[in-house]
Write a protein that binds this ligand. Structure first.
Ligand code: NAD
Length: 496
């Protein structure tokens, strides 16, 4: 039972107004160039609104505003309890505007509005609240020195943080970066993905309403090679935090080397394995979660369980269960509570996914899906797709597809499963299904992944760090560990 019917969501969507200018120094402003770009709804192909197309000139103004606000101390020197109160209010404002924010996410990038209302938006409010509550509970250190010496180790805000985010969870990714950065007293310039800038722009307005001072949170929409690159290359940005593809993550490392050696933190791609052993106690639960793990959010999830490694003795039974679940997750209008899945973010990404499906059709066994339907004759959609009998070194089992495409790879022994699971350039997440406690620990220890979920998939909370190994990136979002990215340790040594 959803919050609203399709017709009710459509009516709400029709009455929306959009914040489509950049938010710099507390004001909505046009791009200096006056340019705009079309913000397309992937479910219909129609233009939602025209958004300010910012470039290096706008980024520079935003960085200057951020620096000035940081230096002034209006936020950076505010008492921790006061910063807490402001960010708690922001969490409440996000909850108050849940339906509007959920609609913006859905229209912008195609996800189901009811999923955004149940997962993304409450998640963002929770993350803001969690970091707000942490602010006045973090203590600095006194080092164990000899008598007559006092060494104080303080955590200090870095200054200006640049954040560049992707389109798959627009508000949540902005939150994962901005909440810990602002909690520690930094000022931020956020460049949201060009496919989905609307919720971040609304967030900036809500932050101002909550009491975040002008210049402390700036949101500058624009394209990657212009606005994103300008932020990465800016000499007055102290730290750049990024979520997106591995290829662009590597560019940010280069930008830092070409400019002021700013700190760079990367959350990048993945090809996460889900290992199902024959001793798994509840195969139905495993099948439910395996389907969720690859088809939720149209498979556009960095930690999507895109490689299913199944013990050969149960493989056919398990694939049959998955096929049943895929049948119930067919794409539909993202505003329809009964849709199984929404639209792919844009036509380019949909054709990229179709390219991989074509490769799969030529070399593996198509169990279901593989087609690209339209809804009401429009839009970019892909049916939930399962390929069986995929070898682990096959292109579709190695490269990140970032769509609703599952590769099933059979195995015979635990050792073989672990070897295949680890034979990837990525290391973001992994799942293990077994009823054997020793095996659960043994396999979890052996897997290269930032998070290993046992008898579930994609375990994630504000309390636990999230991030990758190998080319899935480094540094951690979420938990108190995320605060380390946005602070420097300073030692003050006093002899007395
Ligand atoms: P992307 O790398 O193309 O874009 C991400 C951001 O980088 C966008 O804001 C974009 O404008 C910007 N950008 C693009 N080109 C740039 C350039 N030349 N210079 C500077 N900035 C540039 O990624 P995407 O397609 O938006 O998102 C999908 C990718 O993100 C997938 O690979 C997925 O795995 C990854 N992802 C990772 C996580 C994680 O936490 N590890 C989470 C979500 C998504």
């Amino acid at each position: 039972m959803g919050l609203h019917t399709l017709e009710e969501w459509k009516a709400k969507a029709a009455s929306l107004t959009y914040r489509n200018q950049a938010f710099i120094n507390g004001q909505f402003v046009d791009a200096i160039s006056g340019n705009t770009f079309d913000n397309i709804n992937p479910a219909t192909g129609e233009t939602i609104t025209k958004v300010a197309e910012c470039d290096a000139a706008d980024i520079d103004i935003a960085v200057k505003a951020a620096r000035a606000s940081f230096k002034s101390g209006v936020w950076s020197k505010k008492a921790p309890m006061e910063r807490k109160d402001v960010l708690l209010k922001l969490a409440d404002l996000i909850r108050d505007n849940l339906e509007e924010l959920a609609l913006l996410e859905s229209l912008d990038m195609g996800k189901k509005v009811e999923d955004a209302a149940a997962v993304d938006i409450p998640g963002s409010a929770m993350f803001w609240q969690w970091y707000a509550e942490s602010i006045d509970k973090i203590y600095d250190e006194v080092a164990p020195t000899a008598a007559g010496d006092l060494a104080i180790v303080k955590r200090e805000a870095l200054g200006v943080i640049g954040a560049v985010t992707p389109w798959n969870f627009p508000l949540d990714m902005a939150t994962w970066k901005c909440a810990p950065a602002l909690a520690m007293g930094n000022s931020v310039v956020l460049k949201p993905a060009e496919q989905s800038p609307l919720s971040a722009l609304f967030l900036a307005e809500l932050a101002q309403e909550a009491g975040v001072p002008d210049g402390v949170l700036n949101v500058v929409p624009g394209f990657g090679p212009t606005a994103g690159q300008a932020l990465g290359l800016h000499d007055d940005v102290d730290c750049l935090t990024f979520t997106g593809s591995t290829a662009i993550g590597k560019l940010f490392q280069q930008y830092a080397g070409q400019s002021n050696m700013k700190q760079v933190w990367l959350e990048t791609g993945g090809k996460s394995p889900n290992l199902v052993f024959a001793d798994c106690k509840d195969l139905d639960a495993a099948a439910d979660m395996a389907a969720f793990g690859i088809f939720f959010n149209q498979g556009e999830v960095c930690s999507a369980n895109s490689r299913l490694l199944v013990e050969r003795s149960i493989k056919d039974e398990f694939v049959a269960k998955l096929k049943e679940r895929a049948a119930t997750m067919q794409p539909g209008n993202p505003l329809d509570p009964d849709a199984g899945m929404g639209a792919i973010v844009d036509a380019k990404q949909a054709s990229n996914v179709q390219r991989y499906i074509q490769i799969g059709k030529e070399t593996a066994t198509l169990v279901c899906g593989g087609d690209a339907p339209t809804i009401d004759g429009k839009g970019s959609f892909i049916s939930p797709t399962i390929f069986d009998d995929v070898t682990h070194d096959h292109q579709i089992a190695k490269e990140e597809i970032f769509g609703p495409v599952l590769c099933v790879i059979p195995f015979d022994t635990e050792e073989e499963a672990v070897t295949m699971a680890n034979d990837t350039e990525y290391g973001l997440a992994a799942s293990v299904w077994t009823n054997d406690l020793s095996r659960a620990h043994r396999v979890a220890d052996a897997l290269f992944a930032g998070t290993v979920s046992v008898n579930t998939v994609d375990a994630l909370s504000p309390m636990t760090p999230f991030g990758g190994m190998k080319q899935s990136g480094f540094g951690r979002d979420l938990s108190l560990h995320a605060l380390d990215k946005f602070t420097a340790l300073k030692t003050t040594w006093i002899k007395y």
